[in-house]
Design a protein around this ligand. Structure first.
Ligand code: SF4
Length: 264
């Protein structure tokens, strides 16, 4: 089997064998729109098969594995949003990593980017542990939730425009369901910064006319039901960015400490 069948005991698996499966973009729109709870939404996200290229890729990776993880079972399914069900801070990334989230079933878990991200979230008081390594490692987010704008690991980390469009309703609906408590949204990288504006609009946020370009630490204000919500840009803790020093641990800590101070 090239993926973990839903409801077979994987820690934290939100789905069951009865969870409806989206087979095309129209199914994604319909199943996202009528998900009334995060539990229902994340279950449906986690079994989606709407993008043939990504389904093939994620399952091929799960079958072939990387040598270092040859003895492990790979998740091989879309990686749903994860964290606090009533978050004050939402972090948005691009997509799960082939041997990270696609292996562990949890976003940013089991890869180098996640090592940087969770260490910083821990130092900033937003994660219970310094590391996030596998689905039953005890890690918890504290007042925060992480989601990806595309839920399946893409080849070369590059989803196509149609795949981004197909996955859009999952993110928009998730942002709508958590909106009543959210005060800060952090975009991890330029693509997440671009992708979150239409998703926020779809989720019912009021957006300003002008939107600042992405850079590390940039802030913008939107409103939800009259309440201010701050958007913050943060360089992605990718291997390239951390290796070259474009983003440092201190830069990540500054963003998350700022986010936490705004969210109280
Ligand atoms: S990328 Fe999104 S829409 Fe496409 S198969 Fe994965 S979860 Fe479904």
């Amino acid at each position: 089997m090239s993926f973990v069948p839903p409801g077979t005991g994987w820690p934290g698996d939100p789905a069951t064998p009865d969870t409806p499966v989206a087979l095309d973009p129209a199914d994604v729109r319909r199943l996202a729109a009528d998900s009334s709870t995060l539990a229902e939404l994340t279950a449906r996200q986690s079994v989606c098969r709407a993008c043939p290229r990504l389904v093939e890729w994620r399952e091929k990776v799960a079958d072939e594995k990387r040598r270092a993880f040859a003895d492990e079972t790979y998740w091989g399914r879309p990686v749903p949003g994860w964290g606090d069900e009533h978050p004050r801070i939402v972090l948005v990334g691009l997509a799960p990593a082939a041997h990270g989230g696609n292996r562990t079933g949890r976003i940013f878990t089991g890869d180098r980017s996640g090592d940087w991200l969770f260490a910083s979230l821990y130092r900033s008081g937003l994660a219970a542990q310094e590391t996030s390594t596998h689905a039953d490692d005890g890690q918890r987010l504290l007042g925060a939730r992480v989601l990806a704008s595309v839920r399946c690991a893409p080849p070369a980390n590059k989803p196509t425009p149609s795949e981004k469009g197909a996955c859009f309703p999952w993110m928009a609906r998730e942002l709508a369901l958590v909106a009543p408590t959210v005060r800060v949204v952090v975009a991890l990288g330029g693509y997440a910064w671009q992708a979150m504006w239409p998703a926020l609009k779809d989720a019912g946020y009021e957006l300003p006319r002008s939107r600042p370009p992405f850079r590390h630490g940039v802030e913008a204000e939107v409103r939800y039901a009259g309440a201010p919500v701050t958007l913050i840009g943060c360089y992605h803790p990718s291997q390239q960015n951390t290796f070259t020093g474009r983003v440092t641990a201190q830069m990540l800590d500054d963003v998350f400490t700022r986010a936490r101070s705004l969210a109280v």
